[in-house]
Design a protein around this ligand. Structure first.
Ligand code: FAD
Length: 492
């Protein structure tokens, strides 16, 4: 045990730094002194603009009013991700945030759907999911009892500013400057202070490393180590460019698979975020730039910006008196928009385990165990998109479809293929998403649960028709997405 934590220093002011500052200041600002240091010269990565529904929970925790946030961040609503050309060129499906159909105690809805499919009366799997149909109709509204699962598209730079205002209001001190060196205590290797280029020294009892890919504290100082996952997720480069909007924003992200990676389109109120994630082994930077610029709509507002990365995770998210949050903690490509969620997870977990009496190795071990589970289950889900595909049209896709995947994922795929079963593990993030993506990627199980055969053909037909008509009825009543945003930003 060390001394209790009275002074907390956050290194870095990107999305991770400001989310950490906002949440810790809001909840513990009265008992802990918090300083955040960021460098205007270095700036932020600024590309994390698609989110998932857990962000609603995070904002509730902070007491952020949604209309203020949507207005300040030029936000739009997001109900899922449309995966185009992933199963095969020219085919698509929408992975929506909601639940598809109705489960029963013995089996998931996909078993009923498979029987309907065999009978030739079932529609597309997504026809039975409210969020998917609302997204495709370009509509949105808040429904009672959290009836619609949603997230946001946001301008990352505006979000960092928005959180900065929030955190400063809750008493944090912001210092602008470049960290030049990090001091540690010789006896135990704990970090004691950061020295800035200006000569200013920031002492602390605990440090949160939000310095992005460089991991100035967690890696460059503490040499924590990195577990490399690039053999499963071989993309290592991205190019990002912003364009003017040419149409009303869609309430979903588009992910369009290309020969050696995939392209994103994220619609905001005032512009569109575009990018190409690619694997430099199969595509040169010049080819990638040409491919991205050939496949965007609207005038470009920025020059294409390149970002290099390596998928994997820091071996320990928490090491000694330092916690890594955001890109400093590892990186999973943004295919399912999970990075901001992982930031939140680390912050909320840290608040739950706040070492008020001092850092203990037991706390550290528990934290790292939970964080590893979060990342590994999301990693498997992302690999699934590359592995289960009919695409064999390029070296990249031949590699991905043929690669060996983690045993945990291989088991899930086999179980689903043989039986249609999928089980949520522990507290993992994705639930219904597994069957949506497996079916969307073209994996149709060989059998379904026998309970379904106790229903007559008429009962199955009525059941599927009933679920679908309930979805269609709700969709018909909702306002357009743009109209709803207009209403939200008009709230004062
Ligand atoms: P950064 O934004 O890099 O911030 C680092 C901070 O540290 C900056 O303030 C910098 O000034 C400061 N700093 C660094 N060194 C020093 C120093 N020496 N002295 C002082 N300050 C320093 N996530 C999603 O959830 N959804 C997405 O759609 C998504 N898309 C992405 C697309 C790409 C191509 C990439 C690469 C990432 C994407 N992410 C996405 C991830 C997301 O961008 C990050 O998780 C998020 O922006 C957090 O970044 P960060 O704050 O950790 O790092």
């Amino acid at each position: 045990m060390q001394q209790g934590i009275k002074k907390l220093v956050i290194a870095g002011g990107g999305t991770a730094g400001w989310m950490a500052a906002a949440a810790i200041a809001k909840h513990l600002g009265k008992v802990v002194d918090i300083t955040l240091v960021e460098s205007d010269e270095i700036g932020i990565v600024g590309v994390g603009e698609a989110t998932i529904p857990t962000m609603v929970f995070f904002h509730n925790l902070l007491g952020i009013k949604e209309h203020e946030f949507v207005k300040a961040c030029q936000g739009t609503y997001k109900l899922g991700i449309k995966f185009e050309n992933w199963r095969d060129v020219g085919e698509d499906y929408l992975h929506a945030f909601g639940v598809t159909g109705k489960d029963c105690w013995a089996c998931g809805f996909q078993h009923f759907w498979m029987r309907g499919r065999k009978m030739g009366i079932a529609g597309d799997f997504g026809d039975y999911c409210l969020e998917r149909k609302v997204a495709e109709a370009n509509k949105f509204a808040h429904l009672p009892d959290n009836g619609l699962n949603y997230a946001f598209h946001i301008d990352a730079s505006l979000y960092a500013k928005f959180l900065r205002q929030f955190a400063e209001k809750h008493g944090i001190t912001r210092v602008e400057g470049k960290i030049e060196s990090v001091q540690t205590r010789p006896e135990d290797g704990n970090i004691t202070s950061l020295t800035l280029q200006s000569g200013e020294v920031l002492d602390g009892d605990f440090f949160i490393d939000c310095t992005g890919f460089r991991g100035l504290l967690i890696e460059q100082t503490l040499h924590t180590g990195y577990e490399d996952w690039s053999h499963w997720l071989p993309c290592d480069s991205a190019l990002a460019v912003q364009t003017k909007s040419v149409s009303e924003p869609l309430p979903y992200t588009r992910s369009i698979a290309r020969e050696s990676g995939w392209q994103w389109r994220i619609p905001l109120q005032h512009r569109v975020g575009n990018g190409l994630v690619y694997c430099s082994k199969y595509m040169s930077d010049e080819q990638a730039k040409a491919q991205l610029l050939d496949n965007i709509e609207g005038e470009t507002l920025t020059e294409p910006r390149q970002i290099k990365f390596r998928t994997g995770r820091r071996r320990k998210q928490w090491n000694k008196n330092c916690l890594a949050v955001g890109l400093a903690s590892g990186f999973l490509e943004p295919l399912e928009s999970t990075s901001i969620h992982l930031i939140q997870q680390n912050i909320v977990r840290f608040l739950r385990m706040f070492p008020a009496q001092g850092v203990s190795q037991t706390d550290i071990n528990e934290f790292n165990k939970q964080a590893a589970f979060d990342m590994e289950t999301i990693r498997d889900f992302i690999i699934l998109h590359y592995k289960v595909t009919n695409r064999r049209d390029s070296d990249f896709w031949r590699y991905c479809s043929g690669m060996e995947v983690p045993a945990s994922l291989a088991h899930r795929i086999q179980l689903f293929k043989d039986t249609g079963r999928v089980f949520r593990e522990g507290n993992e993030l994705f639930d219904d998403s597994w069957q949506q993506v497996m079916i969307g990627q073209g994996l149709i199980p060989n059998s379904y649960h026998p309970l379904v055969d106790t229903m007559s053909e008429a009962e199955i037909t009525n059941f599927l028709a009933h679920v679908k008509s309930n979805v269609d009825k709700v969709v018909a009543q909702l306002p357009g997405h743009q109209d709803y945003i207009n209403k939200m930003v008009a709230v004062s």
